[in-house]
Ligand binder design. Structure first.
Ligand code: NAD
Length: 312
């Protein structure tokens, strides 16, 4: 496969090679982009080097002579540190990037943080998009992610061929921050659905039902939802999901917890009621005390602790 869109820049700096970033960067390589990567983890860098990427020792070095920078970092503080610096020697990438560089942040962060970075980018003549994703690690590996983008329409058009190498559905949600607002609405719903699905499965199992049989019944009935379709939280109902791998990999409970709090903060700031979102947040508040690094489907352990007995 090649990058055959003639106006599309071919050199990309990719920063943040975790559960999502690594497979996303690999898809850019598969589409013929020239990718230079940076992460704090040597193991993550080694894996991308093996896949054909150039590696760098800092975000700045990764971004040398590139026209596009993509970040996939855990939270707002990491994104702000990379782009704006931390007030010490680290002056941040934006100050160093040539005017006209396209910056795409795909991390899930507060819309307010995305707007702060967008404003600073504008002051440096850099084009910024918030472009969080949905679709999980399976979607990242398959190149079928949904991108939910906030920013100028013409910058969105410039980014689209690059995002298309990593995703299937690419939405322009609105101006700066709109991508993040849409993303946390989606993830608040996902947190509610995962908790509710775990609760319903446990009720059936504790009343003698087989988890696979009950899952199949609800999948063909009105309780059907994404978690039952592709991400069943009970072990060994689905072969390849984190629940069948001791809840390793996937989408960490800590990240779901972060997203639920982003949703609650947005609701509080705008005077919107989210009682179901608040309930799900309480469950994850408690859950991350012991299972922050396990996939978010491990919330089923709140109801069925036996499924977490082998989790370290
Ligand atoms: P992760 O924790 O697996 O990966 C984050 C990576 O960033 C790690 O490799 C870490 O070493 C690196 N990193 C941290 N600080 C850095 C810095 N200053 N410079 C360079 N690298 C740095 O997280 P993830 O699951 O890949 O998620 C990334 C983002 O995507 C999060 O905001 C998450 O909420 C969001 N997200 C995740 C999923 C999912 O299913 N995992 C789905 C949609 C969105």
């Amino acid at each position: 496969m090649t990058n055959n869109a003639s106006a599309t820049p071919s050199k990309i700096a990719f920063i943040g090679l975790g559960n999502m970033g690594a497979p996303m960067a690999k898809n850019l390589l598969k589409h013929g982009f020239d990718v230079t990567v940076f992460d704090l983890s040597d193991a993550a860098l080694a894996s991308l080097k093996e896949a054909g990427a150039k590696t760098a020792t800092s975000p700045l070095q990764a971004a040398e002579e590139t026209e596009v920078v993509i970040t996939m970092l855990p939270a707002g503080k990491h994104v702000k540190s990379v782009y704006l610096g931390d007030g010490s020697e680290n002056k941040g990438l934006l100050a160093a990037l040539p005017k006209g560089t396209l910056v795409i942040d795909s991390s899930t962060i507060a819309a307010a943080d995305a707007r702060v970075v967008a404003q600073a980018a504008g002051e440096h003549g850099v084009a910024f998009l918030d472009a969080p994703v949905s679709g999980g690690t399976a979607g990242a590996a398959a190149g079928t992610l949904t991108f939910i983008v906030g920013g100028d329409a013409e910058v969105f058009a410039r980014a689209k061929p690059i995002l298309a190498a990593m995703g299937k559905n690419i939405f322009h949600a609105g101006d700066h921050g709109a991508g993040q607002v849409a993303k946390i609405c989606n993830n608040m719903l996902l947190g509610i659905l995962m908790s509710g699905t775990a609760e319903a499965l446990n009720l059936g199992i504790k009343n003698g039902l087989d988890p696979a049989v009950l899952s199949d019944i609800m999948l063909q009935s009105s309780g059907r939802n994404w978690t039952l379709e592709v991400y069943n939280p009970y072990p060994n109902v689905m072969e390849t999901v984190p629940a069948s791998k001791n809840y390793a990999g996937g989408f960490m409970s800590a990240h779901m917890h972060k997203d639920l709090h982003l949703a609650l903060q947005t609701a509080a700031d705008t005077g919107v009621e989210v009682p179901m979102g608040s309930q799900a947040t309480e469950l994850y508040d408690e859950h991350i005390e012991n299972y922050a690094e396990q996939d978010f489907s491990s919330i089923i352990g709140r109801y069925a602790p036996e499924v977490l007995s082998d989790v370290k």
